[in-house]
Design a protein around this ligand. Sequence first.
Ligand code: GTP
Ligand code: MG
Length: 298
Amino acid sequence: MSFFGKIKDALQKTKAGVSAKMRRLFSKNKLGDAFYDELEEILISSDVSVRTAEEVVDEVREEAIGGKVKDEQFVTDLLKDILEEKLDEAPVPELRYPCVIMFVGVNGAGKTTSIGKVANWFVQQGKSVVLAAADTFRAAAIEQLSVWADRAKVRIIRHEEGSDPAAVIFDAVSSARARGTDVVLVDTAGRLQVKENLMNELKKMDRVVTREFPDAAFYKFLVLDATTGQNAFSQARIFGETIALDGIVLTKLDSSAKGGFVFSLCGELHVPVVFACVGEKIDDIAPFDAEQFVEGFF
Ligand SMILES: Nc1nc2c(ncn2[C@@H]2O[C@H](COP(=O)(O)OP(=O)(O)OP(=O)(O)O)[C@@H](O)[C@H]2O)c(=O)[nH]1
Ligand SMILES: [Mg+2]
């Protein structure tokens, strides 16, 4: 199946849900307060945040006041446009090279797996890549990343389990600078947003890159498990308070995610989704496509 097919498939459950609910909404309501309340409910039940759902419904209401809203198809198209505009509020940055991309996120979000896929994607774009195994918390994490380095056929910089992650990053960026490597992908240990010491460790890693490789563009991507719904949105908000986030990698879209929180990520936090992942294999990844995502959502 093509990647687009997989995304569509992945969001199919939501699609079925949203369109069926929209049909019901139209069959029993005329435009009015009850209609708009229920429309808001439909969005919220698809993991759109309350604030974004309110904004979206207000926009539909404004169009309706002008007497322009006619039928179900019209409202659906209007909603698609409004939601796509939300995604456009956080445009994906044009990547500059050389660059360092640090992947952060809570435990099990899919950081290590995504790095393997992203490494392979960059190789396919003709870029040279090195991985930094800065999740030194457990030996298994270093081994796991090494397996992905082999699969993607890229270099990896690794230290002993328990060593300082900042030292791994230091070595990786020094090596990249010396060899003229295009992309450094940094794996980090999963951390809960509430653990202050772990969040401080992220800040330290952040400083090492800025200091040791000032010529490189430096991006921080938050990896979010799409199946966690609105919780993913609050993770983004809290991580964003510790380090400036440049992008989101959305994982597990194959596992019945509703995906509505993505509109809030872009519309409220202004952090773009850069990559979308739909499985555990190396090519189960593609750059995020706003239009396609919105189509899949309905
Ligand atoms: N179905 C599915 N599974 C995924 C996807 N991405 C990652 N996984 C799985 O999710 C689990 C966790 O992935 P990891 O890459 O180890 O996650 P992590 O964020 O590095 O985890 P920690 O290092 O423990 O914090 C693994 O079993 C992956 O195979 C995806 O897009 N789809
Ligand atoms: Mg990991």
